[in-house]
Design a protein around this ligand. Structure first.
Ligand code: DNO
Length: 400
């Protein structure tokens, strides 16, 4: 009852396709990471990756991600060219039979964590987002001008105190983790090759001075208006990834974080091809996002699932917990997913199985001697996948 997938970062990934087969996944989630953002994914390049995957007895289920260039998010003069390239890539993916495509519309920064090596009492390691520490990075390390008014006053005071106690090395490490380490490998706007990354990052943020939530929504609407008809023709399902974390950072607008946001996105272009990547770990940071209800409401437009758990604490802080521990009720989430799949199957929908990947994982055992990307340890994800598979099997068993 689960279409089990696994994120693979291509030839550079320390986990090989042969190994992925052993963890029990049948589908691959990947992207053409070697092609710079904004350029066309040619059929020949898509086929190279697809053939490689299929030669290992696996299928390329999902593209994560076909990145949306900053020029599209900001609606610069270059936007038409960038959208036209995006549409060509979608047509090419459709021709090659790769039919589910993830993207996000987060300005400048994709996901954010402040500690990539947070130790849990059982000896495993995970990632932490500490909001005051993030604010310390923004206001006192990056020194973004006029940033204080973007955060509640009591958090700014906490941040000031954190910054005053941080050594230069700690401050540099924090900036490196936020700007580069968590971004480079997922095709973020800044990677290890950028000269003076802090300055480049500030310059990018500065470009959003005139862009508030309403304007960013308009830019997303424009983008969807152009690409969804192409996705329909190409037989490709688009699925937007939620903001992670689901609230504004760095004074930048974020528009994919709440039930209202997703209602707006789905209604903006009412097509099955305009869908969602339902990421429980992103959405679940907000206690006001009731995830099983959201699955029931948006189910027919959910084309991809990222399942993971987290533990929240005060001041909007959280860490990533094991897949079945933490504050999210994974069994209710899984039950809602299975019910949606059954509903689809009864309707005769060909895509009744929603690809699911264990999103992130705890670092454990042999993972410590490996060098996997942050959040993507081999064994931790394998344990997550096994837990999710067992949970699904149990739920289905009780339904029959
Ligand atoms: C991080 C990921 C995100 C995600 C993108 C999708 O681990 O969940 O980087 O891939 O936001 O576009």
């Amino acid at each position: 009852m689960l279409l089990k997938t696994w994120r693979w970062f291509g030839a550079k990934d320390a986990v090989s396709l042969d190994e992925i087969k052993q963890v029990g996944a049948t589908g691959i989630v990947t992207a053409l990471h070697h092609i710079p953002n904004g350029e066309i994914w040619e059929v020949s390049e898509i086929l190279k990756t697809k053939d490689d995957i299929e030669n290992h007895g696996l299928t390329w289920e999902v593209v994560e991600s076909l990145p949306v260039s900053e020029g599209i998010k900001q609606a610069t003069a270059d936007r038409e060219r960038l959208i036209s390239n995006y549409c060509t890539s979608l047509r090419n993916l459709g021709k090659c039979g790769v039919r589910t495509v993830v993207y996000n519309f987060m300005p400048v920064l994709d996901w954010a964590r402040t500690d990539l090596e947070y130790h849990l009492p059982d000896g495993t390691e995970t990632m932490y987002f500490d909001f005051p520490t993030f604010i310390a990075f923004d206001l006192f390390i990056l020194k973004r001008p006029d940033g204080e008014s973007d955060y509640p006053a009591h958090l700014v005071e906490l941040a000031r105190d954190i910054a005053s106690r941080m050594s230069d090395d700690e401050a540099e490490k924090l900036a490196y983790n936020i700007i580069i380490k968590t971004q480079g490998f997922i095709d973020g706007t800044i990677d290890g090759k950028t000269v003076n990354p802090k300055q480049a990052f500030l310059a990018l943020i500065e470009r959003y001075k005139q862009i508030d939530e309403a304007q960013l929504r308009e830019n997303l609407h424009y983008f969807l208006g152009k690409i969804i008809p192409v996705a329909e023709e190409a037989g490709v399902r688009m699925c937007i990834h939620p903001d992670d974390p689901p609230f504004p950072l760095l004074g930048l607008p974020r528009i994919a974080k709440t039930v209202e946001d997703f209602r707006w996105i789905l209604e903006a272009v009412p097509s099955e091809h305009n869908g969602i990547t339902f990421c429980t770990g992103s959405l679940g940071v907000r206690a006001d996002n009731h995830l099983p209800d959201m699955i029931r409401e948006f189910g027919h437009r959910i084309h991809f699932l990222h399942l993971r758990n987290l533990k929240r604490s005060e001041n909007s802080c959280f860490y990533e917990a094991g897949h079945l521990s933490g504050d999210l009720d994974m069994k209710e989430i899984m039950k809602a997913v299975i019910e949606e799949q059954i509903r689809r199957r009864n309707e005769g929908r060909e895509d009744w199985m929603i690809p699911v990947r264990p999103d992130h994982g705890l670092k454990l055992l042999y993972d410590y001697s490996r060098n996997d990307n942050p959040g993507y340890p081999l064994l931790g994800r394998m344990r997550g996948l096994a837990q999710l598979e067992g949970l699904a099997a149990g739920i289905v068993g009780f339904m029959e």
